[in-house]
Design a protein around this ligand. Structure first.
Ligand SMILES: Cc1ncc(COP(=O)(O)O)c(C=O)c1O
Length: 366
């Protein structure tokens, strides 16, 4: 079976280095908030191009903590509205709701799958206080227009960079484009840990210090608690593994781009819509999304022929039970994407014989 993302093979690529790093942590006897963490935060901030990086337990916490910190700083208040793409992974929206803020869903662009900048302004009202863009599938969602809107209406601009480590906008990395960004290092991500892990990047010192405190039970001094915080820290083992993964992220993304280029140049089936990348943008192909009205039968055909294709995502957020109050809302573009999207195998370890087999199967599919 050609897996969608073969995590074992991705780990095997640097197995000795990873084992050495894990052993080093095990033998150090220091498992939390130590030297590996300090190094990773420094390395990742420098890679992304921000002054600060705070390692946290996962990507959802990273987004939650950004919003929570803005509430503690008095920049956001309960009930404030945060604009977010309607077709994002649920975690972006959960982070907003869990802070008693109101997510306002905006349709994506059908070509790029990113939030449609031309539809943001119509959702702005006096309660709107922020925009959370999501670099979905690995493509940059930031545009000059979004930046201009946020400046004009004095909105916080936050990035969900869970799927786009290494992606750029005009030479600047995603994760450094807004006021703050949340990153996930879930194992299948472009830069994955060996379990859950995440980070926040920002240039805002007050925000960075507050997030560090909130992620440590609300404490900046041992046994003194200034906030009702949570426990969300990046384990030393994950930080050590991420220090290795960071060395290879650009090389891994280059491989992903090469696979994507092959798919784009060689898939000729007229029933398939291929992803597009705008000139100003970049794409690190966390996944390779195609669209077709025959999605489910194409997926079964590929499965029968030894190729695992996945759906990102089968049910849109507004149709989920946890947001039943939105079930009558209509987001036709989002629904179309959820009904037609299929992710072809994509990873830094996919071989030429594997991705050419995928193309051959798709071109032969009627
Ligand atoms: C777009 C997006 N946001 C947030 C998250 C949450 O990250 P995590 O799984 O590390 O909590 C994910 C990944 O799962 C994601 O894909």
């Amino acid at each position: 079976m050609i897996k969608n993302t073969d995590i074992q093979q991705i780990t095997d690529k640097h197995l000795d280095e990873i084992k050495n790093a894990v052993n080093r942590v095990v033998e150090s006897g220091w498992y939390l908030l130590g030297e590996e963490n300090r190094k990773f935060e420094e390395n990742y901030a420098s890679y992304i191009g921000t002054k600060y990086c705070i390692g946290v337990a996962n990507g959802l916490d990273a987004l939650y903590l950004i919003l929570k910190a803005y509430i503690e700083m008095g920049k956001l208040h309960e009930g404030d509205e945060i604009i977010v793409p309607a077709n994002t992974y649920i975690a972006t929206i959960l982070a907003i709701s869990q802070n008693n803020l109101t997510p306002v869903l905006v349709e994506p662009d059908i070509q790029t799958y990113q939030i449609d900048p031309s539809k943001i302004e119509e959702h702005i009202n006096p309660k709107t206080k922020g925009v959370m863009i999501v670099h979905l599938y690995g493509q940059c969602a930031y545009t000059d227009k979004i930046e201009a809107i946020c400046k004009e209406y004095n909105l916080l601009l936050m990035e969900d960079n869970a799927q786009a480590h290494g992606c750029e906008f005009k030479g600047r990395k995603t994760g450094s484009l807004g006021h703050a960004a949340g990153h996930s290092f879930y194992p299948t991500k472009n830069m994955g840990a060996l379990g859950d892990a995440g980070a926040v990047t920002t240039n805002d010192k007050e925000l960075a210090n507050l997030i560090r405190t909130l992620a440590n039970y609300g404490s900046s001094k041992k046994y003194v608690f200034d906030y009702i915080g949570r426990n969300s820290r990046l384990d030393e083992i994950h930080a050590a593994v991420l220090n290795i993964k960071l060395k290879y992220i650009d090389q891994d993304n280059e491989h992903r781009k090469q696979v994507a280029r092959y798919y784009i140049d060689n898939i000729k089936n007229p029933d398939i819509s291929l992803p597009t990348v705008d000139d100003w943008s970049s794409h690190v192909f966390h996944i390779f999304p195609i669209r077709t009205s025959k999605r489910d039968s194409l997926q079964s055909y590929l499965e029968r022929n030894g190729v695992q294709a996945m759906i990102h995502y089968p049910i849109p957020p507004h149709k989920q039970l946890c947001y039943k109050e939105w079930k009558e809302h209509s987001y036709p573009i989002t629904e179309k994407i959820h009904n037609e999207e299929l992710s072809l195998p994509m990873s830094p370890v996919l071989t030429a014989s594997e991705y050419s087999k995928v193309v051959e199967l798709i071109n032969n599919y009627r």
